[in-house]
Design a binder for this molecule. Structure first.
Ligand code: GDG
Length: 502
């Protein structure tokens, strides 16, 4: 059945679990996270489809059905499972995307690894995604492609289907031309993105960077540029922009450029926060803490998240302020998404070593300064930690948006707690009421955490109220409405374009 909305995302839209030797598809337990967020768009269309990969020993003859129909609480939709071999996945995803693109997107040129990239394989996999999307899309459908590992999909899809509306969303930062153009495949990537009707980013800086990259490589005219809304200007911080391009033209084709920050499901978080069992967990954590203060840090294990930089700052804090010893505890949750990748295993080791050093240096029989958690904490429990924490300490070196800081504010119905946030997280342009810090400066890092620990209640509440106002206004629904508006603009561009005869 053809679909009005086709979401192209590398992961499948459910959990695959094996029970009694049988594979079962289970709806994600919590509506929190990007997959359930994207699935919620199926509620607004007659029929939706999702394209993702699935491992197969022989992709020409997979041991599963390519396209299946799913009915769950999000509606009825098809899932087109692209059979890829382990080596195709590891080359396109773990090598090309994670070793070459990811460091460049996050401004880590020194981590960029070009040698192992198999570009023909990347093209082949992206072509397969484009073909699968083309097969699912109804005439004039929206095809919504997510993230850099699918950068070539729009170009291929446009060849196959001139009629469909293509919208591409970047969850990561997008760097300036001096950094992006390190990639030897830059022209081909940007040419593909210029085949979209909408290219989307979290914040105006990334949109501006993309346009400057496009202009460095192709003849591109900026057609519209607008003033950035005051809600996205956090005075003097690193990622703030004053104006942003919204429409560009390349070879007579218009491309809308969208800047819309992904938000969190404030209603769901609020409901979880109000549950009796959450209150019990919060009470238990507080009892355990006694008069000690809890600093909470949550993120994926990734060098971009700045885990060791933060732990070192905590070590310096305890060194310089003996009065804090025994009085603060850092709960550092660092969950690895790719345990098998060397780069992430190294980050994990470095975090463990730093935490071990600090615990060894300052810990006593009844006080361990850092509790390191490397496994995922259930989301409802995480909300209890957000509520019990005195400080939420989020200091990535680079981060497209960062949803943890927004979840923290959404969970604080008591309007208390301090957020310390890196100015290199996209969220910092919205959340100027946090204590903004620069993780590249020891002085800035150390003074920010100290300021947060010493902050008076009235100031904490004042800042938290402002944070909650923004997080509420730009929640996940607001992002959804903005994406929908962009799909409609895309429709204007595709008027009259027809699906090629089969
Ligand atoms: C990419 C971009 C952008 C974390 N630990 C646990 C846990 N989490 C959940 C959080 C949050 C999510 O994972 C992490 O979201 P982030 O936004 O912080 O980061 P990335 O995974 O890097 O996501 C990022 C995002 O895409 C969206 O566009 O913001 O910049 O890098 O929801 O709650 N959840 C549970 N247990 C944990 O231990 N249950």
């Amino acid at each position: 059945m053809s679909s009005d909305l086709v979401i192209v995302y590398h992961r499948q839209p459910y959990e695959e679990v094996v029970e009694n030797g049988e594979t079962k598809l289970k709806e994600n337990a919590s509506p929190n996270g990007i997959v359930p967020t994207l699935k919620s768009f199926f509620g607004g269309v007659e029929h939706g489809a999702w394209v993702a990969w699935k491992l197969a020993e022989d992709p020409k003859n997979p041991d599963f059905e390519r396209v299946i129909e799913i009915s769950d609480s999000y509606g009825d939709y098809s899932v087109s499972r692209l059979p890829l071999t382990q080596s195709q996945v590891s080359e396109f995803y773990h090598i090309t995307s994670k070793e070459a693109f990811w460091p460049i997107l996050h401004n880590f040129r020194e981590r960029y690894n070009y040698d192992p990239v198999d570009w023909p394989n990347f093209r082949e996999v992206n072509w397969a995604f484009a073909e699968a999307a083309a097969a699912e899309a109804a005439e004039g459908a929206v095809v919504w492609v997510h993230d850099y590992n699918l950068w070539l999909v729009p170009g291929y899809l446009r060849q196959l289907r001139p009629d469909v509306r293509i919208s591409f969303f970047h969850h990561t930062p997008f760097p300036g031309a001096d950094m992006f153009n390190v990639l030897p495949w830059r022209k081909e990537i940007v040419q593909s993105l210029l085949c979209c009707d909408v290219v989307g980013f979290h914040i105006p800086r990334y949109a501006s960077n993309f346009v400057s990259v496009a202009r460095s490589l192709h003849d591109v005219d900026v057609f519209d540029r607008v003033r950035v809304d005051d809600d996205f200007i956090s005075e003097g911080t690193a990622l703030t922009e004053r104006t942003v391009p919204t429409k560009i033209v390349h070879e007579g084709r218009t491309v809308h450029i969208s800047s819309a920050p992904v938000g969190v499901d404030v209603d769901y978080i609020g409901k979880q926060a109000a549950l009796e069992q959450t209150a019990e967990k919060v009470a238990h954590i507080k009892e355990e803490m006694g008069d000690r203060k809890l600093i909470l840090s949550v993120g994926r294990t990734d060098y971009t998240k700045g885990g060791t930089v933060q732990l070192e700052s905590f070590g310096r804090l305890l060194d310089a302020h003996p009065e804090l010893r025994g009085k603060v505890r850092l709960m550092h949750v660092s969950v690895s998404a790719n345990r098998n990748m060397t780069a992430y295993a190294e980050v994990q080791d470095a975090i463990e070593q730093a935490a071990g050093r600090i615990n060894g240096k300052f810990g006593t029989f009844d006080w361990t300064p850092i509790t390191l958690i490397s496994r995922a904490v259930p989301f409802t429990e995480l909300i209890a930690y957000y509520q019990a924490a005195d400080v939420c300490w989020i200091t990535p070196l680079a981060d497209g948006m960062n949803l943890v800081c927004k979840e923290f504010a959404a969970a604080r119905e008591d309007e208390d707690g301090v957020l310390v946030l890196s100015e290199f997280a996209g969220a910092a342009v919205e959340l100027g009421s946090a204590v903004i810090t620069n993780p590249y400066s020891h002085r800035s890092m150390d003074s920010a955490i100290l300021q947060a620990l010493n902050m008076e209640k009235a100031e904490r509440q004042d800042r938290m109220r402002q944070l909650r106002k923004v997080v509420n206004k730009y929640d996940i629904r607001a992002w959804g409405r903005e994406q929908q508006r962009m799909f409609e603009l895309a429709g204007e561009l595709r008027k009259g374009a027809k699906k090629p005869a089969a």
